[in-house]
Design a protein around this ligand. Sequence first.
Ligand SMILES: [Zn+2]
Length: 57
Amino acid sequence: MQLTATRQVKCYHCDALTSIEVPDEDVNLETSHSVAAFGEQRKVTCANGHTYWVHFC
Ligand SMILES: [Zn+2]
């Protein structure tokens, strides 16, 4: 899969924004504290060291 777009996600711990690459500009992003069993997702670490998951919907 080619990553063609960049979006900003907000850390749900501290509201810090982190830029991530996404497969599609129109994709819906959903942040979560846990990994999902299936689907496209990405592990994100914010500037303050919090780790969370972003699911592409
Ligand atoms: Zn954070």
